[in-house]
Ligand binder design. Structure first.
Ligand code: D61
Ligand code: MG
Length: 414
């Protein structure tokens, strides 16, 4: 608790967006549909997706239902993939037949833990909701589930050796989500059909950021560690991937990390191009918010030894600010510009990839500048000196404590 207070004291301008976010989240919780299967799906979405639930909630109703089910189906598939206690000969057939299981309201397979286990045990409710979607939505979801399941199965017994393997794996688990979403947006009648290439890049950028940030969590996975960093990259720095977490290798570890970040940055311009072509404001926000969070996370991880010691996460307040301020393409260019500046300031001349990293960042900044919309905006990183005095802080805290107490007291299960 004291930690949170200190964070807020350092960033007083986080307070307003945090309050807004809290209110939006409560509002979303209240909008759960009355039918039991849809109620289950939306409740599950809120529980299992830390960041996607809120942005999905803002989509137009019909598309929202399709995206919600798309998310839950793939999350269930991923729960099977991620459960390292399932033997390969059991797991592979489930992954490759998953696109059939979604049509079968009697099918279920128990695995995963906590909320994921509930999702798996009650999967018939997801199937029931899936069968109520329009045919074009169903077909898009089925097609992506089939291809993702086959791709996951392929990588169950295969290590990520080369950078091509890495891009291929990320294509299966996230690039395909991008392709599927583009199809769903198009089917809803709100957007032109985006190219597969750009849709794939949207997913790759998000997935690579996750893989970088989750190094320690994945390597420490029980009973068997999971390794997604490609050997082609890490072998230049260490003999075994797990050596990166040992203190004696910290210099090499950070260099390897920076190499991984530089690799992820390759997708930024494709992502900007994809987002610039979107028309519907709610679809735009749905796509842009995760992308800004990703570049923010990369900026936080770059040259940061903490990635090998625990989980590095963006401040809740900064997340809230991103959600609050992302309305149009100018906001995206602004955010990408800011985080590129922050990244640039962290690049060490002595890093083996410094030149490559800097030229990537300069290309990103040029794209943002050439958009011609970078003036007159609040920055995410260059904070002007806080303009408040201690009396104001005390006042704010009193107001905040009352508000938080009020909001928590009104929570049904607390
Ligand atoms: C626009 C907006 C959102 C987008 C997009 C374009 C393109 C791709 C994506 C979202 C997907 C990005 C996934 C990045 C996070 N990675 C994971 O969650 C990993 O699992 C991958 C397989 C399941 C994908 C499920 C999914 C995720 C987001 C969605 C979605 C489906 C459907 C609609 C909208 C967003 C990761 O999960 C473990 C973890 O990090 O918790 C893993 O196992 O590697
Ligand atoms: Mg997975």
């Amino acid at each position: 608790m004291m930690g949170r207070v200190c964070v807020i004291l350092k960033h007083p301008d986080d307070i307003y967006p945090l309050m807004k976010l809290k209110i939006a989240a409560r509002h979303a919780e209240k909008q759960i549909p009355p039918e039991p299967h849809w109620a289950f799906c939306y409740r599950m979405l809120h529980k299992v997706s830390r960041s996607f639930a809120l942005v999905i909630q803002q989509l137009p109703a019909e598309l929202r239902n399709a995206v919600c089910i798309f998310y839950l189906v793939l999350r269930a598939l991923d729960t099977v993939e991620d459960d390292t206690s399932i033997p390969t000969d059991v797991k592979v057939p489930i992954l490759t037949a998953f696109h059939h299981h979604i049509y079968d309201c009697d099918w279920h397979f128990s695995c995963g833990a906590k909320d994921y286990k509930v999702l798996m045990d009650q999967f018939h409710l997801v199937s029931t909701a899936f069968l109520e979607l329009g045919k074009s939505y169903q077909e898009a979801i089925e097609d992506i589930t089939k291809r993702m399941g086959a791709g996951m199965a392929k990588f169950i017994c295969k290590e990520v050796e080369t950078i091509d393997d890495y891009d291929e794996y990320c294509h299966y688990v996230a690039g395909l989500v991008g392709l599927g979403l583009s199809k769903l947006f198009h089917a809803s009648g709100s957007e032109d059909l985006a190219s597969d290439y750009l849709s794939n890049s949207m997913g790759l950028f998000l997935q690579k950021t996750n893989i970088i940030r989750d190094y320690l969590e994945d390597i420490n996975e029980i009973p068997k560690s999971r390794m997604f960093w490609p050997r082609e990259i890490w072998r230049k720095y260490v003999n075994k991937l797990e050596d990166l977490k040992y203190e004696e290798n910290s210099e090499k570890a950070v260099q390897c990390l920076n190499n991984m970040v530089t690799n992820a940055l390759m997708h930024v311009e494709d992502c900007l191009k994809y987002m610039a072509a979107l028309r519907d404001p709610s679809i735009f926000r749905f796509c842009a918010i995760p992308q800004i969070m990703a570049i923010g996370t990369l900026a936080l991880c770059y040259n940061n030894i903490e990635v090998f010691l625990g989980v590095v996460k963006m401040r809740r307040g900064l997340t809230a600010k991103v959600i609050d301020r992302t309305k149009m393409m100018a906001d995206v260019y602004g955010a990408f510009f800011d985080f590129s500046c922050l990244l640039k300031s962290k690049v060490n001349k002595s890093d083996p990839n410094a030149t490559r990293t800097l030229s990537r960042l300069e290309a990103v900044q040029k794209t943002c500048r050439d958009s011609g919309v970078l003036n007159n905006r609040k920055s995410y990183i260059v904070r002007s000196e806080p303009r408040y005095n201690s009396a104001l802080i005390v006042m704010l805290f009193i107001v905040l404590s009352i508000l938080f107490a009020y909001l928590n007291a009104k929570r049904p299960n607390n």
